[in-house]
Design a protein around this ligand. Structure first.
Ligand code: GTP
Ligand code: MG
Length: 211
């Protein structure tokens, strides 16, 4: 039997290891070989997935961001020091892409979550200004069904007043309770103001392979 790989639990690796773009996959055939432990970032278009990946690895623009939704058009794989893979996904719920494009992305994403053996966790990003919307709930149901443990991560909390943040935190606690695959701790972040990034690095560092 294979030995369990050693993990580090060292959040400074996100800063100190090199991070490189390895592949962009627009279909299943072009997914890179599944070898490293993997963390996938998913959520509505424009929620801040690419910005959060950049903030986590402390590189301003390794993942392309844009104020226009639909910026990320494929599954983008980023290799952190050959010890962890981060996957920046296209957003769901973006009205302006064609029906065919939408269903191709949906299938690709669905099959990825169904079949990716190295996937450790999904990070479901929710814009703190909007809270969870129907597409988010549908997606979290898919993760429940496919038994992929996921973190709920609020983004852009810099744009909220403290009272508004408290309100959305309360609502999201209920959302967590309603999904069997949701990890019990909620993460509240701002990629722009670097809030909550260290806490997330700490959490995800448990999946970084030891040397
Ligand atoms: P798609 O690839 O189109 O699905 O978008 P995405 O989820 O990757 O979003 P992206 O990271 O490209 O960011 C979308 C917009 O949100 C950009 O204009 C970012 O500058 C902005 N944004 C991202 N993170 C934050 C944040 O923490 N605070 C604020 N205020 N804006 C943010
Ligand atoms: Mg993106």
């Amino acid at each position: 039997m294979d030995e369990e790989p050693q993990r580090t639990g060292d959040p400074s690796l996100f800063r100190n290891l090199s991070c490189t773009f390895v592949a962009g996959a627009a279909n299943e055939e072009s997914l890179p070989h599944a070898s490293l432990p993997e963390i996938a970032f998913i959520g509505r278009s424009n929620v801040g997935k690419s910005s959060l990946v950049n903030a986590l690895v402390e590189k301003k623009s390794i993942a392309r961001t844009s104020q226009n939704p639909g910026a990320t058009k494929q599954l983008n794989f980023f290799n952190l020091g050959n010890r962890l893979m981060l996957v920046d996904m296209p957003g769901y719920g973006f009205a302006k892409v064609s029906k065919q494009q939408k269903s191709e992305w949906d299938n690709l994403i669905r099959n990825y979550f169904l079949g990716r053996t190295t996937l450790q966790r999904a990070c479901v990003l929710i814009d703190a200004r909007r809270g969870a919307m129907p597409h988010d709930h549908e997606f979290m149901e898919l993760l429940d069904e496919t038994a992929v443990i996921f973190y709920i991560i609020l983004t852009k909390i810099d744009a909220l007043k403290p009272s508004e943040l408290n309100e959305v935190l309360k609502t999201m606690e209920d959302t967590i309770k309603s999904h069997v695959a949701a990890f019990p701790k909620l993460f509240a972040t701002s990629a722009e103001k670097k809030i909550g990034i260290d806490t997330l690095q700490q959490e995800l560092s448990q999946f970084v392979l030891a040397e």
